[in-house]
Ligand binder design. Structure first.
Ligand code: R2B
Ligand code: URA
Length: 309
């Protein structure tokens, strides 16, 4: 198996580049975005989505609904937040809310789930003729050597071997794509964090795994094939490689956005310090507050871009 590498040069986010990278799309009379329950013949996508500038994605449907309500209030938009409806209500795969220039979408857990969502989202932005869109993944993670509640802005998204790449099997061959994210967005988000009070935030590498339990070196799954020492050795090596948190979507998110010229950032709060344990035993209200932190940060960033802050 010889991995192929797609080497891309800069220019991410340029308004002259189209987002999709698929010549076959030009020959399709209709495109059905099946998991969104939207389509180019059934919906006027440019009218519905043409003004989108910021897309925020996160795992849970409820959290992304709360984010839509929160951003409605933060952007001081007219109308009642209770009227914001789920654009994908015809399907229970993903939820999607539009609030002014902001789209808030859930992606479920893990690489395959977010990858399906991103294919359809990127085609949606293309069909709607959107320009200069920025993407944010706001999520949760396990921290390595950080106090719980720390917000980690991803520098490099790395795989379980600490490599800054994403591997996809295509037609029985492995395609390797770079997971580099937009450096300017990460720096700007870090600057935003300094403008908020009591907001522990760092830039660090994020490891993306294909499992929450054994795949993240947990000792508390239904199966476990390693010792406590082996677990801690792996996590310490990860820390030495600059990894500060672990989650389950960042590599494919970074890779797809990069190939499609979309500026993107990953902002995840840590729910626990994995050097101290595996179980998430923090009280529910504290977890809810932690999960709002990436939302606050991205909201502040968007407000600044819209010159509201
Ligand atoms: C973070 O939290 C989820 C697992 O609990 C997963 O989607 C992720 O990346
Ligand atoms: N999400 C993860 O993927 N891992 C954690 O430890 C916490 C949240």
């Amino acid at each position: 198996r010889v991995p192929q590498t797609e080497i891309r040069k800069g220019n991410a986010g340029s308004s002259h580049e189209q987002y999709v990278k698929n010549p076959h799309l030009d020959h399709m009379e209709e495109d059905i975005l099946y998991h969104f329950n939207l389509g180019t013949k059934t919906h006027n996508l440019p009218a519905m989505f043409g003004d989108i500038k910021f897309v925020c994605v996160g795992g849970s449907a409820n959290r992304m609904r709360s984010f839509a309500h929160f951003i409605h209030q933060q952007l001081e938009l007219p109308g009642d937040a209770d009227d914001i409806r789920d654009i994908c209500e015809g399907t229970d795969r993903y939820s999607m809310y539009k609030v002014g220039p902001v789209l808030s979408i859930s992606h479920g857990m893990g690489v395959p789930s977010i990858s399906i969502m991103l294919h359809e989202l990127i085609k949606l932005l293309y069909h709607a003729h959107c320009r200069d869109v920025m993407l944010f993944r706001i999520g949760t993670s396990g921290g390595i050597g950080l106090p719980p509640g720390t917000v980690v802005i991803t520098d490099k998204a790395v795989d379980s071997f600490f490599r800054p790449q994403f591997e996809q099997v295509v037609l029985g061959k492995v395609i390797t794509r770079s997971t580099e994210l937009d450096k300017d967005m990460a720096e700007e988000l870090l600057q935003c964090s300094t403008e908020l009070l009591n907001f522990p935030t760092i830039i660090g590498n994020t490891m993306c795994t294909h499992d929450f339990y054994e795949g993240q070196g947990r000792l508390d799954g239904a199966l476990c094939s390693f010792s406590t020492e082996e677990k801690l050795d792996y996590l310490r090596k990860a820390h030495e490689a600059g990894i500060r948190n672990i989650e389950m979507e960042s590599t494919v998110f970074a890779a797809m956005c990069r190939v499609c010229n979309l500026k993107a950032a990953v902002i995840c709060v840590t729910l626990l310090n994995r050097l101290e344990g595996d179980q998430i035993s923090t009280p529910h209200d504290v977890l809810v507050e932690y999960q709002q932190r990436p939302q606050y940060l991205v909201s502040h960033f968007i407000r600044k871009h819209l010159t509201l802050a």
